[in-house]
Design a protein around this ligand. Structure first.
Ligand code: NDP
Length: 394
């Protein structure tokens, strides 16, 4: 079979990089007990850079020894891209949210042999799920592989914003020492009202990590958490986003991108927030109206915005989120630490082994299967289809 894999480009300084650490901590299970990936073997050392083209998710020798063709590219956008050229006879496509090969309905129509669209990571909204359902294509991802990685990043970015870290750091890098300028927008998070939108795997991990900061925690989700969890974390529940955002100083967004969350944060919603609120968004960029965020930062309605998700990816060099005031943006890195890569690469191999052997793919990994939303997908994506304009925006 032909496996077409789209990964981000190699490091500028070449591959492999010089690793700064020798080992990764050994985990035994995901929080809540879900088991870590269980491939029969892996051909990489955990901690290696696997998510770029030369890393090839550590799959090359396994796939080629089995007689499969393995094409890896970072050239993913436009009609002349390697991805577009290789797609028509690909049986399997592997793509990543960090460097998404947007699998639009048009591209799915061209991919006549496509049976499996695999996301190396979490979040399959770059695939037109409705088109995959119509065509009977299975869509799967490595549930939980990078959830904690993202939660850590969200907490980091929240603290960066509230404490004005980026601008303080710039003062020292630029040879300065201007404390008054640095602290004019620096606060403690202690005592603040902090809310998360969607208390799934990542949202709950963020709440748990924020608890020791002695903040007042709020959340909004379609389903209420068990009372014991609300009690343990001291959570205030909000039935809708409107109620949550007007009750907090900072919001961290962890809902999937779907029609219900597409452009949720528009001028109107942002205007209802407390003046000087902070937003961290490591979920998906299209949950925000891009220019409404810029306007809210410029007017001071928002005191800061951070996240690692953009639209499209990679964003143009003049994307306004690169330069808008009080941003602590990063590229889409939170879920692609070397720690996370070891897990999603192993999970990708597990899914491929099951797929080639004709065994069922773990239910926890499924998004679409058998012509319908399935497994984790049935939970996260209420409506079929994608809210993204797909490859047209890239
Ligand atoms: P989960 O499926 O564990 O959690 C998603 C949560 O969102 C569930 O609790 C679900 O509610 C809730 N939800 C679904 N629809 C809505 C809605 N319309 N409004 C409010 N809540 C809703 O997913 P994860 O926590 O693992 O991941 C969340 C998202 O984070 C992913 O979809 C992805 O987009 C993004 N992500 C980003 C990464 C990055 O690198 N930046 C990496 C990994 C994920 P319920 O179950 O109660 O119905």
């Amino acid at each position: 079979m032909k496996v077409l894999c789209v990964l981000y480009p190699d490091p500028l300084a070449g591959y492999p990089p010089k690793y700064v650490r020798d080992t990764l901590p050994r985990l035994t299970a995901y929080p809540g007990g879900m088991s870590l990936p269980t491939p029969s073997a892996v051909d990489f050392t955990p901690g290696e850079l696997l998510g770029c083209v030369s890393g090839g998710l550590g799959l090359r020798s396994y796939l080629e020894e089995q007689g499969h063709e393995f094409v890896v590219t970072s050239d993913k956008d436009g009609e002349d891209s390697v991805f577009e050229r290789e797609l028509p006879d690909a049986d399997v496509v592997i793509s990543q949210p960090f460097w998404p090969a947007y699998l639009s309905a048009e591209r799915i129509a061209k991919a006549k042999k496509l049976k499996l669209a695999l996301t190396a990571g979490i979040g399959s909204d770059h695939v037109d799920l409705e088109a995959a359902i119509q065509r009977g294509i299975t869509v799967a991802e490595e549930t939980y592989s990078n959830s904690i990685s993202v939660a850590e990043h969200a907490v980091l970015q929240l603290l960066c914003l509230v404490r004005n870290f980026v601008s303080s750091h710039e003062w020292v890098r630029n040879g300065g020492w201007n404390i008054a300028d640095a602290v004019s927008q620096a606060y403690d998070i202690e005592g603040m009202d902090v809310g998360v939108i969607a208390a799934g795997r990542i949202g709950r991990a963020v709440l748990k990590r924020l608890k020791p900061f002695d903040v007042n925690l709020h959340y909004m989700d379609r389903h209420r958490l068990p009372e014991a969890v609300e009690h343990e974390l001291g959570l205030t529940y909000h039935p809708d986003v409107q109620s949550l955002v007007r009750s907090v100083d900072a919001v961290s967004v962890h809902a999937p991108l779907q029609p219900q969350t597409y452009h949720l944060f528009d001028d109107e919603l942002l205007a209802t927030m407390r003046r000087g609120s902070y937003i961290v968004n490591t979920a998906r960029a299209e949950i925000m109206v891009r220019d409404a965020v810029v306007r809210a930062l410029e007017s001071g309605q928002l005191a800061g915005y951070a996240g690692d998700v953009w639209y499209p990816q990679p964003p143009a060099s003049d994307h306004p989120w690169r330069t808008m005031p009080h941003n602590a943006m990063t590229p889409h890195v939170s879920g692609s630490t070397l720690s996370a890569q070891a897990r999603y690469a192993a999970g990708t191999r597990e899914i491929l082994e099951d797929f080639f052997a004709g065994r069922p793919i773990r239910d926890e990994y499924l998004i679409v299967d058998g012509g319908k939303l399935a497994g984790a997908g049935a939970h996260a994506y209420t409506t079929a289809g994608t809210a993204s304009p797909g490859s047209t925006g890239a």
